[in-house]
Design a protein around this ligand. Structure first.
Ligand SMILES: Cc1ncc(COP(=O)(O)O)c(C=O)c1O
Length: 300
């Protein structure tokens, strides 16, 4: 990356797909541009196409928004970005744990996901990279194992992936993540996805009946991952989360590490209920019961 090179992101990114590029831009004087969303939380393709006309060096976007649930058509975005000459990176932290994802079908250069969002340990994840690019890249860290030879005057790097694995790696957590992946694969990722779609549809219908809710993101469950972000008129998300907690329902409230998206939605925070393979219809009923209780408390 060098001065005036362009990085294209979207306004639905988690901070972890914004801040690293801002750091790169600070260092290199590259520019960062953000593609806007439509009102239903879907990427504005007119803006995306326009950004591609600016010959970006890198296009990085989330496969599935951790706030809106929006599932981006990663293969289509990658195709357009590569045609514009860009390197592509997909943040799959919210897709790989929840649905079948095929890197070769997406065709991206890089794709990343985290262990702790898929029943695995914290502090470990996966970065996929196209081999030719990885071979071209310099190591980001020095130490044992990432070298083939070291002399007093210099060193020769090891092959990929060892070139990027300096020192003693966190292999204990890699074993844990491997077990989590085996477990999810044995259940079947399509089954995980189907289950979440069913719960999401039910939760959307039932929570809307409570009244006074604003739900963020696409209305079509097929275009949405298993998260339901909402606000309830007159009740701050932190109050809502505390009340639901007393009912044994754990949701997340706050900016969800997506403050630019909060600004775009013109809110400071949302409530977010998230579904996974261990959730049931009863859990949705408990959520709805908690919402009704919160409303009664605030109306009293
Ligand atoms: C969409 C998305 N990207 C990236 C991340 C960051 O993951 P981690 O905290 O493991 O770096 C998260 C979760 O926090 C996420 O939801």
């Amino acid at each position: 990356m060098k001065k005036d090179d362009l990085v294209v992101l979207t306004k639905m990114e988690h901070h972890s797909n914004i801040v690293p590029w801002q750091l790169v831009a600070q260092k290199t004087h590259a520019k960062v541009k953000y593609v806007d969303l439509d009102e239903d939380g879907i990427l504005n393709m007119v803006e995306f196409e326009r950004a591609m006309n600016d010959s970006p060096k890198l296009v990085a976007f989330t496969h599935c928004s951790n706030v809106l649930g929006t599932i981006n058509d990663a293969a289509m975005l990658v195709r357009k970005a590569r045609k514009a000459g860009a390197t592509t990176l997909v943040d799959a932290a919210q897709s790989v744990p929840h649905m079948p994802v095929d890197v070769s079908q997406i065709g991206c250069d890089f794709l990343a996901f985290s262990g702790h969002k898929m029943l695995g340990p914290t502090g470990i994840g996966v970065l996929y990279g196209r081999k030719a690019l990885l071979e071209d890249m310099e190591p980001f860290q020095g130490g044992g194992d990432m070298i083939k030879e070291v002399h007093l005057t210099g060193a020769k790097w090891n092959d990929v992936p060892y070139k990027f694995e300096a020192g003693t790696t966190n292999f204990a957590d890699a074993v844990g993540l491997g077990v989590a992946i085996d477990y999810l694969s044995s259940v079947g990722m399509q089954k995980v996805r189907d289950h979440e779609v069913e719960l999401l549809k039910y939760a959307t219908e039932e929570t809307e009946k409570v009244g006074g809710l604003t739900i963020y993101g696409p209305r079509d469950a097929a275009r949405r991952g298993g998260v339901l972000s909402f606000n309830v008129e007159g009740i701050h998300p932190h109050d809502m989360a505390s009340i639901l907690d007393e009912e044994g329902v754990a949701i997340r409230s706050g900016h969800h590490c997506a403050q630019p998206l909060m600004e775009r939605l013109d809110v400071t925070a949302t409530n977010r209920a998230s579904f996974y393979l261990y959730n049931s219809y009863d859990d949705v009923d408990a959520l709805v019961g908690g919402l009704k209780k919160a409303k009664r408390m605030f109306e009293a």
